[in-house]
Design a protein around this ligand. Structure first.
Ligand code: SAH
Length: 348
């Protein structure tokens, strides 16, 4: 089991980084969370926007059709999704896209997915649209053609490192196994100094105990995507829970059965995520000179006409259905629910 595997690894090679720990728990090929659990929906561990309301993906489709207008004369447009989960987002996206035959007729689907189990589920869910569906393990392998790229709650699942500021030094927080339990320990690693050097402002007086989280996988994926966008004139819509400004607190969390779960308990059976550092994503995109739009999920969906869509869907419906449609739309945009904690970054 994962616990024994991890203890063995630590005994053999010393404390492991938080990123390796996450990678292990989420994607271990035998016992990893995404390989075997059914994480999504009411019966799973968490529920994501596409499953809360169909309006989420419908509005993204309208946005994509509009933004892809400049591809009208091209023979093909790739829809790329990173981490499509159970395929719910693309399902509603494509239903809406079908209403625009010029657009729909050019589409092929390119799904970046690490889990073999989820690949099968995605294939099955989307097969009736009759589009070509290709899977990849790595965005580097995507065909270099004009694409509309979507990533919803993908980056929050990518492994992070944590650094802690103590006595004027940034230490790496790694995981050790001591007296029969997993524990964080602080190590002065070259990695810590490199990341701090590259990404943190030297002129800020950091408070004792500040935590800086950074995801190497996010950095590499966003760099790859940025180059891809430049080379192919593509566009990327990244939506995730996260922040535009760092406040140097830890955000890693484990979730099981819709409740918070201790990080070191039941390895491989709880989802582990961290808030996405959108300031870092923007820094990378800016360095590549991409056009960057950054806003909250609430603003984004409202500006695309969420209210109008709610009106259309509730028309002639019994009252309980009306309430249900309105409540789920509100859950996506309300500032106390997903409206402000979820951010949207659009790169082109
Ligand atoms: N976008 C979906 C699911 C989000 S869950 C939704 O909104 O409902 C995260 C998804 O990313 C899962 O499909 C998971 O298997 C996939 N994933 C996680 N880490 C990955 C990695 N390193 N490479 C590719 N896919 C990954």
């Amino acid at each position: 089991m994962l616990r024994e595997k991890l203890i063995r690894e630590i005994k053999l090679n010393g404390p492991i980084s938080l990123a390796n720990f996450m990678q292990f728990c989420l994607l271990d090929k035998d016992h990893g969370y995404y390989q075997k659990q059914n994480p999504f929906g009411k019966s799973g561990d968490f529920i994501t926007a596409p499953e809360i309301s169909q309006i989420f993906a419908e509005l993204i489709a309208l946005f994509a059709v509009y933004e892809c207008e400049e591809f009208r004369s091209l023979p093909e447009i790739q829809i790329v999704e990173l981490g499509p989960g159970n395929g719910a987002l693309l399902f509603d996206f494509l239903r809406t896209a079908q209403k625009f035959p010029w657009f729909f007729s050019k589409l092929s689907l390119h799904l970046v997915e690490a889990s073999t189990r989820l690949r099968k589920i995605q294939q099955e869910k989307l097969k009736d649209f009759g589009l070509e569906i290709l899977h990849y393990g790595d965005p580097n392998d995507l065909p270099k053609k004009p694409s509309f790229i979507i990533a919803n709650e993908f980056f929050d699942a990518l492994p992070i490192l944590q650094f802690e500021f103590k006595g004027n030094i940034w230490f790496e927080r790694k995981i050790d196994f001591v007296d029969g339990e997993f524990r964080f320990c602080l190590l002065n690693t070259a990695k810590a100094q490199n990341y701090v050097e590259k990404f943190l402002d030297k002129n800020i007086a950091y408070k004792e105990g500040s935590i800086f989280e950074v995801s190497p996988a996010t950095i590499s994926n966003v760099s790859v995507l940025s180059d891809f966008i430049l080379e192919t004139k593509s566009k990327a819509l990244i939506i995730d829970y996260g922040y535009g400004e760092r406040d140097f607190k830890p955000t890693i969390q484990a979730l099981k059965d819709h409740k918070y779960h201790p990080l070191f308990a039941d390895l491989g059976q709880a989802d582990i995520t961290a808030l996405v550092d959108f300031s870092l994503l923007q820094q990378i995109a800016n360095e590549k000179n991409l056009a960057v739009i950054f806003t909250s999920q609430g603003n984004f969906l409202n500006s695309l006409g969420l209210e109008e869509r709610v009106k259309m869907l509730t028309k002639n419906q019994p009252e309980n259905i009306q309430t249900q449609i309105k409540n789920s739309a509100a859950r996506l945009t309300d500032s106390k629910q997903m409206g402000e904690i979820f951010q949207v970054l659009y790169l082109s």
